[in-house]
Design a protein around this ligand. Structure first.
Ligand code: ATP
Ligand code: MG
Length: 200
């Protein structure tokens, strides 16, 4: 399974609907400082529910909505909304149809060659709302996390190596580094289950 496309609409510096294609093996994004490269990574983390707001460099969720006055600290007035769609090629059936159906809570998910995960954030006068979708079906964050976990993608899973992470890993104690390797290898999950079993 791999990402084929990320569609940003009104997200951070992307004030227009922008489709970014990804390749199967390797995709590089280059551009000047401040041009929005990291915002694309933030968009993926946002849509897949893999990071807290601080992890995608925002104080609050609504800071993620495109704001033309962002540089000057101005706040916009109209009702605002941002969305990000991550399109996954699932032609290798990393996720089975029944896994997708169960996460989406509906048989009506089309064929699962392609899985689209979408998140919207909407701000009204006095509140904000966040919505998640799997293949167009409205779901909860937990449904997305459960589905992705079955493909080995998890918030604590080190699927994304952020700026500064490598230095942090180098500076860690051997024990802490071992924990990360266990997490990546999928061993940590069993350590937790074992500890739980002993407790019981
Ligand atoms: P670098 O090479 O320095 O890492 P980058 O290409 O990763 O740069 P980003 O951090 O992705 O750049 O983009 C930063 C830009 O996004 C800044 O100019 C910032 O003003 C803009 N930005 C962030 N949030 C918003 C927003 N809500 N509305 C408009 N622009 C935003
Ligand atoms: Mg950057």
């Amino acid at each position: 399974m791999y990402i084929t496309e990320v569609v940003l609409d009104n997200f951070k510096s992307f004030g227009r609907k922008t489709r970014i294609p990804f390749y199967e093996d390797f995709t590089t994004i280059s551009g000047p400082n401040g041009s929005g490269k990291s915002n694309i990574v933030d968009a993926i983390l946002f849509a897949l529910g893999l990071a807290r707001t601080s992890g995608i460099r925002a104080e609050k969720l609504t800071d993620l909505i495109y704001n033309p006055g962002h540089q000057d600290g101005e706040s916009p007035d109209r009702e605002r909304e941002a969305s990000v769609e991550v399109v996954l090629d699932n032609s290798d059936r990393t996720l089975s149809r029944s896994q997708v159906v169960s996460a989406a809570g509906s048989e009506n998910v089309g064929d699962v060659e392609e899985i689209t995960i979408k998140r919207r954030v909407k701000e009204t006068d006095d509140n904000y709302y966040s919505y998640y979708y799997i293949n167009g079906r409205s779901v909860n964050l937990g449904d997305i996390q459960d589905l992705l976990a079955q493909a080995g993608v998890a918030p604590e899973g080190y699927n994304v190596v952020m700026q500064g992470d490598v230095t942090e890993i180098i500076n860690m104690t051997a024990g802490a580094r071992r924990e990360i390797i266990d997490e990546i290898a999928g061993v940590a999950e069993f350590d937790q289950k074992k500890a739980q079993a002993f407790e019981e």
